[in-house]
Design a protein around this ligand. Structure first.
Ligand code: AMP
Ligand code: MG
Length: 425
């Protein structure tokens, strides 16, 4: 007889992340598509972006002012006739010795000039050969003054964005600045989502005043769908699946087709009576873990076979709303990353100061809902850390990642995971 999975020892999250990462990397997405750089926000690069030119493409001026030859300005107050005017976007003539060129930010430095004196340090004066007058230079320029050198930002041929990098707004701007009209990206992860539990009802089907006894709203469907969408997935929402073995098996078979991952919630807790576990076992393979984290202990990980060969990954989350939320962030998000060739890790934690005591820590690694308090510069704790208290997840702007058995005293430094880093791409 195989030992009951419910009795297996608690698994440290790092060990689970290693196994999840291994499983997801084996199923990594390799399909790529070419997108207009314009439309590629949030996507993962499948090929590096190289620069087709030097940036800036020519030496240009960082200031509005006057381009001069340093050799022509031997003393402060030197007056030079203005021989030309060079707005940005135009190319001037070589600078005649003994003259200055009026020049505007971004314009190319004319040949022969080796410094720009900002207009605040110059005075326009009457006189000079042409109708541009003359300029008094009230500063001794040094060679290169206020000149942005060709290629000082990027050299032609340099890699500006790496393969595997997620395209932030800044990255799109950088790609555009080197002339990349299109980028090659991975296709989005395709995820099928369903909830189990006959107690679940939808808010648009049952209004609060007609809520039957024992029923609850299917809040996880909204949370998980939103988390998947925020993580850049294409989501197929299969709704609520009835607590019956045949219905669950059928839902899994449907979900396996055309999806990289099947995500469910509910029915993986100890002693649960539902059919997710036997259904996944019948349609593929399943490991049941008790993660050493709080909240969110049970987690199911496996795969469901496709009719034509191959399989879709499977992750089963606990039904408790806070457990589902936290477990998504610490386990599903890493799976989605690994599916896209990225490391299966948590975001980097920040050091922060606790503004609270946590004197009875759990023996599991705890993720505490906290908020940063501007006034004290420290973290405050949500009063109820229960695994069903969904209000805590909206109130919080981050989680304290607290090691097993670690008591926290006010003033201690703790590891803080900002919500923005956990929710989103
Ligand atoms: P389970 O993991 O199925 O044993 O569920 C644990 C708890 O979470 C029970 O109180 C369920 O009613 C609740 N729950 C399960 N699924 C959901 C869901 N989709 N939305 C909100 N609560 C749920
Ligand atoms: Mg259930």
């Amino acid at each position: 007889m195989t030992p009951s999975p419910e009795r297996s020892p608690l698994m440290p999250l790092d060990e689970a992340l290693r196994l999840l990462g291994e499983g997801a990397r084996a199923a990594a997405i390799t399909d790529t598509e070419t997108l207009s750089t314009f439309d590629a926000l949030g996507r993962v690069l499948a090929a590096e972006v190289c620069s087709g030119l030097d940036v800036p493409p020519q030496d240009n001026t960082a200031m509005d002012g006057y381009a001069v030859r340093v050799a022509d300005v031997q003393a402060e107050g030197t007056v030079l006739p203005v021989s030309q005017r060079i707005p940005a976007g135009t190319v001037g003539q070589p600078l005649q010795p003994g003259t200055a060129a009026r020049i505007f930010t971004g314009a190319q430095i004319p040949a022969g000039a080796d410094a720009v004196v900002m207009q605040e340090r110059c005075e326009a004066v009457a006189g000079g050969a042409g109708d541009l007058g003359s300029v008094r230079v009230n500063l001794l320029p040094t060679p290169g003054l206020s000149i942005r050198r060709r290629g000082e930002d990027v050299r032609s041929g340099a890699v500006v964005l790496e393969r595997g990098q997620r395209l932030s707004p800044q990255a799109l701007g950088l790609a555009a600045s080197v002339g990349a009209a299109t980028v090659q990206v991975l296709r989005r992860p395709r995820v099928a989502l369903f909830s189990t539990g006959d107690e679940l009802v939808m808010p648009d089907e049952v209004p609060p005043e007609r809520m039957p006894p024992g029923a609850i709203y299917n809040s996880n469907r909204f949370t998980l769908r939103g988390l998947l969408q925020s993580a850049g997935c294409e989501v197929t929402d299969l709704g609520i699946v009835a607590d019956r073995l045949d219905a669950t098996r059928q839902a899994l078979r449907t979900a396996a087709e055309g999806h990289d991952l099947i995500l469910t919630c509910g029915g993986v807790s100890v002693g649960d009576e539902d059919h997710v576990k036997p259904a996944v076992q019948a349609e593929g393979r399943l490991a049941l873990w008790q993660l050493a984290i709080k909240p969110g202990k049970p987690l199911a990980f496996g795969a469901v076979n496709r009719a034509g060969g191959g399989e879709a990954l499977f992750v089963g989350l606990p039904g408790n709303p806070v457990s589902a939320f936290i477990t998504f962030m610490v386990a599903v998000r890493p799976v989605l990353q690994a599916l896209q060739g990225l490391p299966a890790t948590l975001p980097r934690a920040m050091q922060a100061r606790a503004g609270f005591d946590w004197l009875r820590p759990d023996k599991r690694r705890e993720f505490l809902r906290v908020r940063f308090d501007e006034a004290s510069g420290a973290l405050v704790l949500f009063s109820n850390q229960g695994s069903g208290v969904l209000t805590s997840t909206v109130w919080a702007d981050g989680l304290v990642d607290n090691p097993p058995g670690q008591a926290i005293a006010k003033g201690d430094t703790v590891a803080f995971l900002p919500m923005q880093a956990l929710v989103g791409t």
